[in-house]
Design a protein around this ligand. Sequence first.
Ligand code: URA
Length: 435
Amino acid sequence: MEIVDIIQKKVNKQAFTKQDIDLVIDGVFNKTIPDYLITTWLMAIYINGLSLEESYLLTKSMWQHSSYIDLRGLGKDIVDKHSTGGIGDKVSLILLPIVASLGLPVAKISGRGLGFTGGTIDKLESVGVKTGLTKEDMLKQLKQHNIFITTQTEDIAPVDKVLYHLRDVTGTVGNYGLIASSVLSKKFAILGTHVYIDVKYGSGAFCPTYEEALKLVKYLKYIAKRMGRKLTIMISGMNQPLGRNIGNAIEVLEAQDFLSGNVDYTPDLKELIYKLSSVIIMNYHKNLDAKSAYKLVDDTIMSGKALNKFYEWIQAQGGDIRSVKTKKFFHPKHRYVIKAKKNGYLTFVSNAAVGMLSTRLGAGRILKTDKIDPQAGLWFHHKSGEWIKKGEPIVDCVSSKPINAKEIEKEFTFCCKIVQIKPKKIPVVRKVIYE
Ligand code: URA
């Protein structure tokens, strides 16, 4: 069987066998299949889908082509948290130091920006954090600081590294079998973790509705069960950016601000962070109730412990701690402010369009070879449902490159509008699914 025959099989809506999947994944791993054939294979899957069983076989094959980091000897479950991707989703930057500051060990493999969504690795690299850690680095970091984040490397989740990058630039991200295999093949490369997945739904996520998010959850649960791994899943909304900042350095700035105690500036981010942190802590300390867990989260933020853990972690992974502490890392050369054309309530038409606007400013990739502009992004002065007066700023657009005002104003019309009826407030966290 050749790769072309395997592609043809999916074009004809037939199921892959284990041998078909292993042949493709071997070829990706050994670099014997050219990018154009891999992307055709991805597109065939994107169009005709994968069954739960095919997705499990794909995950397993990708996982078997990775080397592992075995943390099973370290006692209790290590925490790993992952999001399926959203706009302004800086949760990992905030939540991980919170739980690490409370004594829970954290080990995370993360990705870069994907499609119109941002990635934790790009955000961390915007402040000089080293993200391609060796196994020795990871173990040392975990022992000394209780926390590390790394990205896919030639060694760890190498197949996902290739597929992730190609999916990003060929419009083949949003297939549930591909998302689930991408997430879990890399998550499970660390042995001994309990994985928490934040499944996003809404116009700024790969699952457009809550019902669609439940379909992705089915894939995640099926694969985790077949692989004998522990998973807790939260489903949360992504119909407006999470928090107020979108981009890379600009999101690190918001994370730092949140950890400094300014939690009520972004109520949606607060709801999600406090809820998911509490779920994680209660799972770790089985006798803790929700109220006590919430208080622990609040105390570690308000006492400055979580912020110190954030600084310790950035410094230990080679980040430019001086510029982080002084906030000098954020220095965009160009800024254009979009103002309200009339009085009314702000509402988001398409959060994906917000992600595209941020990408257009330089915060994401359009072509495989594109370099991220760490300074580029958006700062929303208002959240959905807030009243704005004509002439007031809605959003600051920032970039290292000159900003084309006419183009940006036009694109913004696809993102937000001002309406006269106040949009309904919807809670961010919709459901938590325990094992
Ligand atoms: N996160 C991942 O790691 N992979 C995806 O495909 C989507 C979100």
